[in-house]
Ligand binder design. Structure first.
Ligand code: SF4
Length: 701
């Protein structure tokens, strides 16, 4: 059953049971563990464990509460530095103060990797050439047997029976007579590598209409290369010619961030270099030229189209973009063709049927697995990696960041909302939050590399932590990061995207009170009409949205507020559209991202009959664009004569004698200066000129 058939079948089941769609009355899993197509015990090989042993359950509950509040802050070494790994976290202080485990208490409760006693790799279903335990081998993971014994086999079994994910904190009782309680934190998972091998070198068509063989380059992970070199007297590395990649990125900040991670894998794990035309290109034109490379090649060995399916005809654009690469491959050139991102997830094996020259189709959940996948491609396999999987932090690569001053940090992947127009839940899977400790570590690494601003990313950022055990919140995370990132390093924390249904007063309080969190709210409203919002399954109304805005204006009066709107949603009447304009007039946004509704595959609203004609959608789009421009100008003019702190990001591309940066409210500001003098610096600028989408000013010494 393909995705569309599966979707329609689920929908029919839901309708047949005359279910009225309510907030939680849905047919899909909300725990990432339950979203797996195979059993947890065939996917999770092991987990990285820390534990604290206490005598009673009451003490265990108290300790977990203390941990959630930030631990016991009375150790000199609980200070977290920007140098090297985290030397401590709240769990460390718990272990030192409370744990009865003499083997681990001084190491922050660290047990290490423990293997899943139930693990069943389903070897008979696998290609014999594939090592299912490659990740173990390449990571050289060793369990400390002495420490391992502290939790006992019984404890390990109990732990895996609960099917934990990374970031969970669980309590289990171990022993019979003198049973004690273990508070277990799962720092990471070791996952089986489980793509579908659609064809292999033997079964894949070896010739084509031109009479040549389809070739793929010889790609090798660094670990395997060094193993080969140790085993061989010849210097394999020296004999290899340089290999190159090209990534073409389309879509949102999520896709941009994914491309940075893909690039990290290609450079750090496979030792590839960017071609001179590697670029982010919204039009998916394969002939664009912008370069981050010092190399001379413009011919990639690996090309990756990181696709987005949010727009109409996205699939068609991908198929036509693949054309030139497929042709090169048919002519006998050695090239690995990869389709990643949302269109890849959506189309799956269909992509291979329509363009058999494609080697790898991979969904967004497989970004960190690119190295393994490409190595199998180079062995002649054609692969589809789109099944739901859990996320793991064990990624040897680091993203190759596209900017020197600001960086994206993914805090939650996927979305559980299923708004009726949106492809994201089908393409990025269910929500999976990363642990606060891993996020802090990534931020501290960025701080030590000189970054000044981070943007926390999530499709629905307010859902952060609700998939964890125990649950955490986005406000918890903001407080944790603000407190633990040292002053003078990362100066600004931003985040996108909020959801009005889940947005909490605690987030407004965090923005109003935390020094690093910027006074800037991005709050998509999509429509001002309650009936349309209900059909979109957004879970809020005109009035409840306005209550949030009022709270923001009360608590953070200088904050900017931006939004997203969709016009021409099925059934949108003139009256409904007018209520959208009413909402915009009531809020007077600093900026609004404006979209016309476009039916997307595997979404409910695409199947409805009351679609709005294109010319009406276009008229409404022009109206909201004009109105949002008027409001933006009105808001910009209020800044005239005021002084703002600006973080300088770049040159003004239209005037090289100027630099540009942003205020904390995310307004773009230009002023005279050399980028060499100001890049990454915070400066005060007095605003002298206001336009809808940017300001100009003069530097205040
Ligand atoms: S909350 Fe956002 S990402 Fe999630 S389904 Fe709705 S529109 Fe899509």
């Amino acid at each position: 059953m393909n995705h569309q058939e599966e979707f329609l079948s689920n929908l029919e089941t839901m309708k047949a049971s005359s279910a009225v769609i309510k907030k939680r009355d849905l047919w899909y899993p909300t725990r990432p563990q339950d979203a797996l197509l195979t059993q947890y015990h065939t996917v999770v090989q092991g987990l990285f464990l820390r534990h604290v042993i206490v005598e009673t359950e009451d003490l265990a509950d108290l300790a977990i509460k203390m941990y959630l509040k930030g631990g016991i802050q009375n150790h000199d070494d609980t200070h977290i530095t920007t140098k090297g790994p985290i030397i401590s976290d709240p769990f460390t202080s718990l272990a030192k103060d409370l744990s009865a485990c003499h083997l681990t208490k001084d190491e922050g409760g660290k047990v290490g990797w423990i293997m899943n006693p139930y693990y069943n790799p389903l070897l008979e279903q696998r290609d014999s050439k594939i090592s299912t335990t490659r990740s173990m081998a390449t990571l050289s993971i060793h369990s400390n047997e002495a420490v391992h014994s502290t939790i006992s086999e019984q404890g390990i079994e109990k732990l895996f029976q609960q099917e934990p994910k990374g970031g969970d904190v669980l309590k289990i009782q171990v022993g019979t007579n003198h049973s004690r309680w273990h508070i277990c934190r799962i720092d990471d998972l070791l996952l089986d590598y489980n793509p579908r091998f659609v064809s292999s070198m033997d079964s894949r068509p070896s010739t084509n209409g031109l009479g040549t063989t389809l070739k793929v380059p010889n790609l090798m992970l660094n670990q395997e290369r060094s193993t080969m070199n140790e085993d061989s007297s010849s210097d394999h590395n020296n004999n290899r010619h340089a290999q190159f990649y090209q990534i073409i990125t389309h879509g949102c900040q999520m896709n941009m961030a994914d491309s940075e991670r893909l690039e990290g894998v290609l450079q750090n794990q496979l030792n590839l270099q960017p071609v001179s035309s590697s670029s982010s290109n919204p039009d998916l034109s394969l002939l664009s030229t912008s370069s981050s490379s010092s190399t001379t090649s413009s011919v990639p060995d690996v090309v990756i189209l990181n696709t987005c399916s949010i727009r109409d005809h996205a699939e068609q654009k991908v198929y036509s973009a693949l054309g030139p690469y497929a042709l090169r491959k048919r002519r006998g050139e050695s090239i690995a063709i990869v389709v990643a991102g949302c269109v890849a997830q959506q189309e799956g094996e269909n992509l291979l049927k329509r363009v058999p020259e494609v080697d790898l189709v991979m969904g967004p959940q497989y970004v960190n697995r690119l190295g393994d996948l490409l190595q199998d491609v180079s062995r002649g396999h054609q692969i589809v990696a789109t099944d739901p999987t859990l996320l793991s932090e064990q990624d040897l690569s680091r993203p190759i960041r596209g900017h020197k001053v600001r960086a994206w940090v993914n805090i939650i992947h996927g979305c559980n909302e299923h708004c009726t127009y949106c492809v994201v839940p089908g393409t990025r899977g269910v929500e999976q939050s990363r642990s606060m400790e891993h996020l802090l570590k990534e931020c501290l690494d960025l701080a030590s590399s000189g970054y000044k601003e981070i943007t926390l990313l999530g499709q629905n950022i307010d859902a952060y932590g609700r998939d964890m055990t125990p649950k955490r919140t986005f406000a918890d995370l903001l407080n944790y990061l603000n407190e633990n990132i040292p002053s003078g390093t990362i100066e600004r924390i931003r985040y996108v995207t909020s959801h009005p249904r889940y947005f909490s007063d605690r987030v407004i309080d965090a923005v109003a009170s935390l020094d690093k969190v910027c006074e800037c709210f991005h709050m998509p409203f999509q429509s001002g009409d309650d009936e349309i919002l209900r059909k979109m399954r957004r879970g809020y109304s005109f009035d409840s949205y306005m209550k949030i805005i009022q709270k923001i204006r009360d608590r953070a009066p200088d904050a900017s507020i931006s939004g997203d709107v969709i016009v021409g949603f099925p059934g949108e009447t003139e009256g409904a559209f007018q209520r959208t304009l009413d909402l915009m007039n009531a809020v007077r946004f600093d900026s609004v991202n404006t979209y016309t509704y476009s039916p997307r595959p595997n979404t409910e609203a695409a199947l409805w009959e009351n679609q709005i004609p294109e010319h009406i959608k276009d008229e409404r789009l022009q109206i909201v664009k004009r109105l949002s421009t008027d409001h933006a100008l009105e808001r910009s003019k209020k800044t005239l004569g005021q002084v703002f702190q600006v973080l300088v990001e770049d040159r003004n591309p239209k005037n090289l004698a100027q630099v540009m940066g942003r205020t904390r409210q995310n307004r773009l500001v230009f002023f005279d200066g050399n980028i060499e003098d100001y890049l990454g610096k915070l400066v005060d600028v007095k605003i002298t000129e206001a336009r809808p989408w940017s300001l100009s000013g003069i530097l205040i010494p």
